[in-house]
Design a protein around this ligand. Structure first.
Ligand SMILES: [Zn+2]
Length: 98
């Protein structure tokens, strides 16, 4: 299991993102709007379809989780697209690109 996956459990995500953001992200992941583009030990990049197509990225730096999203709303905490991307790494949640 890639090391970055340790950050993507429900409790850790809820510690980082406000509950309403988490719920919107969970619903986006459930509706299949996330496509994982890259996923390795310290990096996750995904494409999320919302009203526009966004690109969300998590990476590890000095043992801490960092993130960015092209929606521009992911400063203080991960936005719903980032939450959706993280949840999409759970087995069976989203198809990954071969
Ligand atoms: Zn976003």
């Amino acid at each position: 299991m890639p090391a970055i996956d340790a950050w993507f459990d429900e409790k850790t995500l809820l510690d980082m993102a406000p509950p309403d953001v988490f719920l919107r992200g969970a619903s986006a992941a459930e509706h299949g709007s996330v496509q994982i583009l890259e996923h390795d030990a310290d990096h996750l990049r995904a494409r999320v379809e919302d009203t526009e197509v966004l690109e969300s990225e998590f990476w590890l730096s000095d043992g801490k989780l960092r993130w960015s999203c092209t929606c521009g709303a992911a400063e203080a905490h991960p936005c719903e697209h980032l939450v959706a991307s993280a949840l999409a790494t759970w087995p069976g949640e989203a198809p990954s690109v071969e």
